[in-house]
Design a protein around this ligand. Structure first.
Ligand code: NAD
Length: 462
């Protein structure tokens, strides 16, 4: 029987980062992974492959929409779908092999197979039982469907099937206007599919700052995505090549049917803990299958911790990574900690949408006194030069103290720009601190500074 200080179950961003941090802190560490490759959902069938397809399809969109305007004449490239998928697969392989390299470098054993926990202190994989002083469950999440919709991953697909369709569909119906639906819907819209997004709520991207969600929907509509909001999907009838999606409008209970070649079901994900044997261990889960932990990620069972998508909180790779580092530090006797008030979220469409901290709606509901500094990318020289002037930066700050409470960016490189606000918030900065920081010209980041200036005496270029 091999014996370890820590066995991490799952090698997604939560698990592999946890394993590396454990090893760096001198703990003998193994990571159990049943997939053929390391990296979990994010690297294999999530963040990384979807970003490859978003990048490739965005390049096509640029060529079609903007090249001629910049004096780049000639036919826009045509799409070789097989080659695009091969580029996506190569991107996945580079990343998953990278984790394998990091495991070797940090002397982490990869135990191949699916784990069960027969008792505290033991992990069973196949016929082998391994001893572990500490076990970290980082088993992630899986796509969840809705009643009346059966997934076949060919015509009716989750995000996994949508990353390897046999061909680009003529008509795609996306169920759910969350992050997955809009990112992958954007990909196929740019590649020529007619994409209709059916969403139960009256707005897209639940939880997003209202102003930003409205602007986002307007820009996506301009690009050709169609939206049916306030509509509950009742069911999908599929043949081998086609499907019919029935939905009911909440406002008058009327029903309608949409034809599709592909239906993408993007109605959320649920914690994945199958086969671990949690019940027998006394590890508590909620009625939605989420593992309950205390603030140190400890479950009810001795020496068993849990992090990432299988515990509470946003299902984000970077949230899982931070929890992975924190729990490793806690196991090593340090004070691991995650600041849940400063976790950015990003939608990788064009333009990107990024947020951190409070939304305006949440501040209003809490009765907080706040001020808003907003700056449009129309006033940003770099954005105008790059045909990327749609969108804005909005900073919310405390009315009295000027402390930054949140930021919402829709525009070019929003997913990168948000981090200067994250760092500022981590240091408890005021909007004036951002406003007084010199920003290089011409950069998109000047728009962040201008929004901070707008919280005070006013933006310069507005
Ligand atoms: P989501 O929860 O973000 O959105 C699901 C949407 O489906 C909701 O708007 C919901 O109202 C709608 N819906 C549910 N039932 C419906 C019905 N019967 N008819 C019509 N609409 C219905 O879920 P997702 O987009 O599937 O993403 C899953 C998770 O993965 C999320 O936690 C997300 O944050 C995460 N994720 C994040 C990123 C990123 O950060 N860029 C990318 C992909 C996934």
């Amino acid at each position: 029987m091999s014996s370890y200080d820590v066995i991490v179950i799952g090698s997604g961003p939560g698990g592999y980062v946890c394993a590396i941090r454990c090893a760096q802190l001198g703990l003998k560490t193994a990571c159990v992974e049943g997939r053929e490759t390391l990296g979990g959902t994010c690297l294999n069938v999530g963040c990384i492959p979807s970003k490859a397809l978003l990048h490739a399809s965005h390049q096509l969109h640029e060529a079609e929409e903007n090249f001629a305007k910049m004096g780049l004449k000639g036919k826009a490239p045509s799409v070789d779908w097989k080659a695009m998928l091969a580029y996506k697969d190569e991107t996945i392989a580079q990343n998953t092999k990278g984790i394998e390299f990091l495991f070797k470098k940090n002397k982490i054993d990869w135990i191949k197979g699916w784990a069960t926990i027969p008792e505290a202190g033991r992990v069973k994989v196949g016929d082998d039982v391994h001893e572990a002083k500490n076990i970290v469950i980082a088993s992630g999440s899986e796509a969840s469907s809705i009643p009346g919709v059966e997934i076949d991953e060919k015509v009716v697909v989750t995000s996994t099937g949508a990353l390897e369709l046999g061909k680009i569909p003529k008509k795609m119906v996306v169920i759910g206007a969350g992050v997955i639906g809009l990112e992958l819907g954007s990909v196929y819209n740019r590649l020529g599919s007619e994409v209709t997004v059916v969403e139960y709520l009256d707005t897209i991207t639940p939880g997003m700052d209202g102003d930003t969600a409205k602007a986002f929907q307007r820009l996506l509509k301009k690009q050709g995505l169609k939206f049916v909001l306030g509509a509950a999907v009742q069911g999908v009838e599929a043949t081998k090549t086609k499907a019919k999606v029935t939905y009911k409008l909440k406002k008058d209970d009327s029903e309608a049917v949409l034809d599709a070649d592909t239906v993408l079901v993007a109605t959320g994900r649920r914690a994945f803990t199958d086969g671990l044997g949690l019940d027998a261990l006394g590890v508590k889960t909620t009625d939605r299958g989420v593992i309950e932990t205390d603030r140190n990620y400890a479950t009810g069972a001795k020496g068993i911790f849990a992090i990432g998508d299988c515990i509470t909180g946003p299902m984000l790779a970077h949230k899982a990574e931070d929890e992975g580092m924190a729990v490793a530090e806690i196991i090593a006797g340090q004070a691991g900690h995650v600041n849940y008030g400063v976790i950015p979220s990003v939608v990788y469409t064009w333009p990107e949408v990024a947020a951190v901290g409070e939304t305006e709606e949440a501040l209003k509901e809490a009765g907080r006194a706040y001020k808003t500094g907003k700056f449009s990318f129309m006033g940003n020289g770099r954005a105008k030069a790059n045909f990327a002037a749609d969108g804005f930066v909005k900073i919310l700050a405390d009315k009295e103290t000027d402390r930054i409470l949140g930021a919402h960016i829709i525009g070019p490189a929003a997913g990168d720009l948000i981090h200067e606000v994250c760092v500022a918030m981590e240091f408890g900065a005021a909007a004036e601190d951002l406003a007084r920081t010199c920003h290089a010209h011409p950069t998109y980041s000047e728009a962040v500074r201008e929004a901070a200036l707008a919280c005070g005496d006013g933006a310069i270029h507005a």
